[in-house]
Ligand binder design. Structure first.
Ligand SMILES: Cc1ncc(C[n+]2csc(CCOP(=O)(O)OP(=O)(O)O)c2C)c(N)n1
Ligand code: SF4
Ligand SMILES: [Mg+2]
Length: 349
């Protein structure tokens, strides 16, 4: 089985474009010690390093929340925009329409995404806007002191003993239903799985949703929470083991077709999924929705690549944008003069 690209050895190895791991870092985190969001930040840094992305080709986006603070903690040399609460998708869509050669990574929370930002989130998904969307899901509004969010499971309790009696919104099921072409669920405490899923998201063209359970150690890590480290560790069920082979490395190993599924991504990279307990094909939408429903009823925390469709055209292709990004076109090409406008008006008469 081929492994994901390697981390640097002690002493500081460079990646394929000659950068060190530290070139992908950001500012010092100000989050609580042990917060799941910091663990995700480390894996984002590692993934962009391993893939060999040029930091200046990345745009980092977020809304409001502890999770939305994290783009400050990775890729210091990338572009960045911290939007208002729940409005990151609109900003990301605008950035990608202006320059579709960038790689967009948006980080949001379950509050930012599944409540105030829900309207924006669903339209991002149905448009298939090219963006890696990392949903740091802790079941609470961490920044405003731990109220239940819309992804909290019914029956789970707050530290105060308050019981959640509302149903949870499953953002992965929603994304699959709305046609998102890369949908994965993972855990902040499982870097072995999270890194190849992030690498695959970098190689995908379209919206890539990663719903990552990310425990809030201050407000939602107690007995009775279904988003705690302990609960996630005890109930995690892996759909498969995930490996990533970047486009610049050939697949040299023979696969046993019965055991391993290989998915070719937009950029020529491959994701390999090695079967564990159950038969599962992530290219089958109905099957993906079925396993999600089933696992919810069983109280399992199902992780892995739930659904993938690398062929689905993204928003910039649907809009038939020119190869040259709009942001770089000469003003006379993007701002038609009075004569051109008059000609259009005449045609409409
Ligand atoms: C318009 C608006 N409404 C409410 C708030 C208050 N507020 C700030 S962050 C937040 C929720 C954050 O929760 P989540 O997105 O889950 O992030 P976490 O802190 O848990 O990572 C809320 C309600 C705000 N900043 N702006
Ligand atoms: S309050 Fe919770 S989500 Fe926010 S930084 Fe602390 S542990 Fe993380
Ligand atoms: Mg939250």
């Amino acid at each position: 089985m081929p492994a994901a690209p390697e981390d640097p050895k002690p002493g500081g190895n460079t990646n394929r474009i000659g950068l060190l791991l530290q070139d992908y870092k950001g500012k010092e985190s100000t989050l609580c010690a042990g917060c799941g969001h910091d663990a995700i930040t480390s894996q984002i840094i590692r993934s962009f390093f391993q893939y060999g992305v040029e930091p200046h080709r990345v745009v980092k986006l977020s809304g409001i929340g502890c999770s939305s603070k994290t783009p400050a903690y990775f890729l210091d040399r990338a572009h960045g925009f911290n939007a208002v609460h729940g409005r990151m998708p609109a900003i990301g869509t605008g950035a990608m329409l202006a320059n579709h050669t960038l790689i967009a990574i948006g980080v949001s929370g379950d509050g930012d995404t599944a409540s105030i930002g829900m309207g924006q989130f669903v339209h991002l998904l149905r448009r298939n806007t090219p963006m890696i969307y990392v949903l740091e899901n802790n079941g609470v509004y961490g920044l405003t002191k731990g109220q239940f969010s819309a992804t909290a499971d019914p029956g789970s309790t707050l530290k105060t003993g308050v019981i959640n009696d509302l149903p949870a919104i499953d953002c992965c099921a929603l994304a699959i239903e709305l046609g998102c072409g890369y949908v994965a669920r993972s855990f902040a405490g499982d870097p072995k799985q999270l890194v190849p899923l992030l690498l695959g998201a970098i190689g995908h063209r379209g919206t890539a949703l990663l719903d990552v359970i990310s425990p809030c150690v201050t407000f939602n890590n107690h007995e009775g929470s279904t988003k705690s480290y302990r609960y996630a560790k005890e109930t995690e069920e892996l759909l498969h083991t995930v490996s990533f082979i970047p486009f610049y490395e050939p697949i040299t190993v023979d696969y046993d077709e019965g055991l391993t599924k290989v998915v070719t991504l937009h950029d020529g990279s491959h994701i390999t999924l090695r079967k564990l307990e159950r038969e599962f094909d992530p290219r089958n939408k109905i099957e993906a929705l079925r396993v999600l429903h089933e696992s919810r009823h069983k109280g399992e925390f199902l992780t892995g690549l739930l659904y993938v469709d690398p062929e689905k055209p993204d928003l910039t292709r649907l809009l038939n944008l020119p190869d040259e990004p709009l942001a770089r076109l000469a003003p006379e090409m993007v701002r038609p003069g009075r004569a051109a406008l008059e000609e259009i008006m005449e045609a409409l008469r």
